[in-house]
Design a protein around this ligand. Sequence first.
Ligand code: PEP
Length: 249
Amino acid sequence: MRTPIIAGNWKMFTVVEEAKALVLALKDLVKDVTNVEVVVCPPFISLLAVKDVLAGSRIGLGAQNVYWEKNGAFTGEISAPMLKSVGCTYVIIGHSERRTYFGETDETVNKRVFAALSEGLKPIVCVGETLEERESGQTFDVIKRQIVGGLANLSVEQMASVVIAYEPVWAIGTGKTATPAQAQEVHAFIRKLLNDIFGQTTAEATRIQYGGSVKPDNATELMSQPDIDGALVGGASLKADSFEKIIKF
Ligand code: PEP
């Protein structure tokens, strides 16, 4: 039985005071939730403040990216030991916005995954096809390339800490959600790939989130698909009440 995981990707929204207020409201709204793992991923600058507000709650803390070196002359980057030091347990890796705007590749995703794991952080590895790729029939090829490349050389033990997020790029921030059937089809494909690479036990245990315009009114139907184990939520995680409704799908 896989415990659903619902993570909020706040992207580049909220200054520190707004981040604190958002998580304070959320903490109260979801204080009785025990059957879903909840994670918030604020911008780097708010991680420490959010961690303080989260004291005593079950909500986990995640970052939105991590660099693969531990330290050094890499101006502007943040390493896995730094994330760990502020209380992160999760880190989003390979989000499509990072692939599109910041040159992220399957190879750099893989380096970041290893860096996160080496500090005990759990990677949320994002994969997903663009509209052009879907319309030209390349969805499964793209997902396969991203999964095989992003998770290359991971052991079964390491894979136990990894969460996958299937996020069709055409559904992110667009208001267009994949239909539950479209999402389920890709999730089942990912699980089959995991089975081929890591074996059945790992494939059945790995949580695969759906992401892309998840809202309170479509969360239940998406999450009731057999291979969808939660959601990675952007826009709707920036309001405590809409995120709460998704968490309580
Ligand atoms: C995301 O940022 O991962 C995301 C899915 O965004 P949205 O929910 O706004 O589409």
